[in-house]
Design a protein around this ligand. Structure first.
Ligand SMILES: [Zn+2]
Length: 198
């Protein structure tokens, strides 16, 4: 029975690196994958997955739009190109709950597993819709750990403006001077994105 896997973390936990490693392992065994990534308006080179570490990268097989039906996409790809062995999704937090359910149907009725990598929560510490649906529906959920500057586990992908933690605003910000950093819950609450000075 094929499963839906969700691997989540705050940023910088090596999600894309692990995704590309899994993809490499499938290809080494002459198995076929479908690499998907949700479309967002705000980024260049969005059809490429390039981890921060190393010089490996991969072009996505298809961008996922809000109206994309993933079950139909997989069925069409299978008809055109043959059997698929695994669906890989980068930035899975941006899937809609309906698309997560479609991946469940791909597992349950087409017997093809999905490996979804994404953020759990946004900079406000609210679940992304895709992450919430994956938390509810995935067969196998695992946290990829990353740490705050203090050494505690980082759970929040904090949005910073002028060195301060922002806790409100739109979930997906397009453009602007914001940066992101992974913080523990305590330092997110205290607005301490870096160690306090002497
Ligand atoms: Zn901390």
């Amino acid at each position: 029975m094929a499963k839906v896997y969700f691997r989540y973390a705050a940023m910088n936990a090596g999600k894309s690196t692990q995704l590309l490693q899994v993809r490499h392992n499938y290809h080494e065994r002459q198995q076929r994958t479908l690499l998907l990534k949700p479309h967002l308006d705000n980024r260049e080179g969005e059809d490429v997955i390039a981890p921060r570490i190393g010089n490996i990268f991969a072009k996505v097989d298809a961008l996922v739009y809000p109206a994309t039906n993933l079950r139909a996409l997989v069925e069409q790809n299978t008809l055109a190109n043959g059997k698929l062995d695994c669906i890989l999704v980068d930035e899975a937090q941006f899937l809609s709950p309906e698309q997560v359910m479609q991946l469940c149907q791909v597992a349950d009725f087409l017997d093809i597993p999905s490996m979804c990598y994404g953020l759990r929560a946004d900079f406000r510490a609210k679940l992304f819709p895709g992450s919430g649906a994956l938390m509810a529906l995935a067969d196998d959920i695992e946290e990829l750990k990353t740490i705050c500057w203090c050494g505690r586990k980082a759970t929040i992908n904090a949005r910073l403006l002028d060195g301060h933690v922002l806790r409100e605003g739109p979930q997906v910000f397009i453009g602007g001077n914001e940066t992101y950093t992974a913080l523990c819950r305590k330092h997110w609450q205290l607005d301490q994105p870096v160690p306090p000075g002497p």
